[in-house]
Ligand binder design. Structure first.
Ligand SMILES: Cc1ncc(COP(=O)(O)O)c(C=O)c1O
Length: 371
């Protein structure tokens, strides 16, 4: 039995009727740009994120780029972020005109270390980008006040954490609720995936919401009048329709991911070679990824490949070591926790439609490798 890392065709079978009907509504209307579905999705995702505003855009990458552009960064302006994330988190800092500053991560959760952020703040620091990696939130109760104390923008890269929450002072706070801006990606493989590229920003700040809405429409709120130079980063109405049709399924999918995670962790606990993901007790993890740490990772990958078991390494080369960032001067050993993670992590199939016998096969194949 082979097991894919993700099975979007299985998901398609469950949502097909709803999504195709929603798409047909847009198609019959022939209204593809900024149709009513976009505003409805913005309102729904803002509500889910406990945020006042939602601003849809073309991708999760643009959801980061637009708030960074709103900071009017200069090349000497520094944005502190994690090196253990997808490239867009830092690539957008460069593309917005600033300089990324990478700091190390917490070895248990792989999320950015608040102490490392604090140590890296300089008079040139303008913003912090946290990533709620793999679906569990970073330590916002420490990072939020830190950003406020130093008057820094705080961007929550929530591309992997839709619906994740963290208990802070006895209250559940959602991914995207506490930062200046929270971002989302609806890349097809995300927990809520579009049928193409799409992204969204949430914020509590009225003025910023207005600015972001303008920036995604060439910097103007009225057609053909431009207050500043923005870009075309509209979300397609068809993608908004897909996402609205899939949204009612999200809570159930998250529950299925969590119960798959519980089964894996029960099976792996006690194996001295396999370290299951460590969930911070303050977090409600949405398991975008189920990521173990293992010795001889590359050999295990070869074994899984031979056995037809889907798997992936997120991420094999931390961003501070990427060739494009070599002018920043980081060297191997600069950020040892992130570097240890990139050598030992392995993500396993966790998608909601994963069948019990498929999961048993994954467990058996991983555990038997270590004897
Ligand atoms: C952490 C993180 N940030 C940003 C992005 C960029 O999102 P998109 O692929 O929608 O541009 C992704 C998605 O892959 C991501 O995982």
């Amino acid at each position: 039995m082979t097991v894919p890392l993700l099975d979007l065709v299985a998901q398609y079978q469950t949502v097909k009727d709803d999504v195709l009907a929603a798409l047909m509504t847009v198609i019959e209307r022939q209204g593809f740009i900024m149709g009513p579905e976009v505003a409805r999705l913005e309102a729904e995702i803002a509500r889910l994120s406990h945020a006042k505003h939602g601003i849809a855009c073309a991708s999760g990458t643009d959801a980061l780029l637009l708030p960074l552009k709103a900071l009017n960064l200069q090349p000497w302006d520094e944005v502190i972020t994690t090196p253990f994330t997808f490239f867009a988190t830092a690539g957008t800092v460069h593309n917005a005109g600033g300089t990324p500053v990478f700091v190390d991560i917490d070895p248990a959760t792989f999320n950015i270390s608040p102490a490392a952020i604090e140590a890296a703040i300089t008079p040139r620091t303008r913003a912090i980008i946290v990533v709620h990696l793999f679906g569990q939130m970073a330590a916002m109760e420490t990072i939020g006040p830190l950003a406020a104390r130093h008057d820094l923008a705080l961007i929550e890269d929530g591309a992997q954490s839709i619906g994740a929450r963290r208990k802070i002072g006895g209250t559940w706070r959602m991914s995207g609720e506490l930062g200046s801006v929270g971002t989302l990606s609806f890349f097809p493989t995300k927990n809520l995936g579009a049928w193409g590229d799409a992204g969204l920003m949430v914020t509590q700040d009225d003025a910023l919401a207005e600015r972001l809405a303008k920036l995604r429409l060439h910097g103007g709120s009225r057609q053909y009048y431009h207050d500043e130079v923005g870009t075309n980063s509209r979300m397609d109405t068809l993608q908004a329709a897909v996402l609205l049709a899939k949204l009612p399924y999200l809570a159930g999918w998250t529950e299925a991911r969590r119960s798959n995670a519980t089964r894996y962790t029960a099976a792996f606990t006690g194996h001295s070679d396999i370290c299951p993901p460590r969930v911070d007790p303050a977090n409600d993890h949405i398991f975008h990824q189920y990521t173990i740490q293992v010795p001889r990772r590359d050999e295990l990958q070869g074994h899984l490949k031979a056995e037809g078991i889907g798997h992936a390494v997120y991420y094999p080369l931390a961003l501070h070591l990427q060739p494009c960032f070599s002018p920043l001067g980081y060297k191997a050993g600069s950020l040892p926790v992130a570097e240890a993670a990139m050598r030992s992590v392995l993500s396993l199939p966790i998608y909601p439609e994963l069948k019990q016998e498929q999961q048993d096969r994954v467990i058996e194949t991983v555990t038997s490798f270590y004897g």
